[in-house]
Design a protein around this ligand. Sequence first.
Ligand SMILES: [Zn+2]
Length: 187
Amino acid sequence: MREELDKKLCEKYPDIFRDRNAPMTRTAMCWGFSHNDGWFTILDETCAKLMMIKKLTGVGVVATQVKEKFGTARFYIMGDEQSQSTFSEDDAKIIGGIIRDIIDYFESRSAGTCEDCGQWGSLRIWGNWYYTRCYQCWRKIMKDQYRLDIPEKESDYEDWENKRLNELTANNDKPAGVTVPEEASEV
Ligand SMILES: [Zn+2]
């Protein structure tokens, strides 16, 4: 994520991103936000919810890592030792569950949000790479990284792809198979 947005989140949520510049022996947050700008808004909304929970319950969290993996966002947190709550153990469990739900919601929303521009996006797999992108941002990646000119309209893509595969087969050239990395099976 670009520096300006990184700074914005750290200034707006200093408690959550307290370890943004802490040593790497303590946190992965020192690497910054390892995803693109398109997820800024949903991450911002998520942090606002987490701060509201803190305001209402006293239970706070500190981010340990925010990144992209297999096309979707991962947001890792730990309990904030500096926050104080007077809830019973049972109630604290429920609050912990609500926090978990907020994080899960963010991660699943990222699966439908273009990582580059924030518009509606979907998972696109090319070779071993996973991209959650709107069609136009994906088209740009195909052009810039793979030097492939895919159709301007998404409705024409399937025909284009079939034609490409046929040509590859005709040339006795094996099309690049999609191999799913081992870790992809994790839930
Ligand atoms: Zn996009």
